[in-house]
Design a protein. Structure first.
Length: 95
């Protein structure tokens, strides 16, 4: 049986310094396999955090977007085809 080539690497990241090693490894692996890198970041309203602490979603989203742009730029500079998705999860009150 022939193995199919890996075409996409999925990197789920919170964009913190703690996730940097996983980010670097995903970029390296995607480059070696000539695979596309899909970066996913989810911002949960109940866990607003980042470089600072935010009470408003728009502040946290703005901070995260600038971090996400940097990761995309780093991957593309390494020659990796890269796409990103940023999703905001808002917990709605139950009735």
């Amino acid at each position: 049986m022939t193995m199919r080539p890996i075409r996409t690497i999925l990197l789920a990241t919170d964009l913190t310094a703690a996730s940097r090693e996983a980010t670097d490894r995903a970029i390296d692996l995607a480059g070696r396999l000539e695979a596309r890198l899909l970066i996913v970041n989810v911002l949960e309203k109940r866990r607003l955090s980042g470089g600072g602490s935010h009470e408003r979603v728009d502040q946290a989203r703005s901070e995260r977007e600038s971090l996400l742009v940097k990761v995309v730029r780093d991957a593309r500079d390494a020659g990796v085809t890269t796409e990103s998705v940023s999703y905001t999860h808002l917990t709605l009150p139950t009735s």
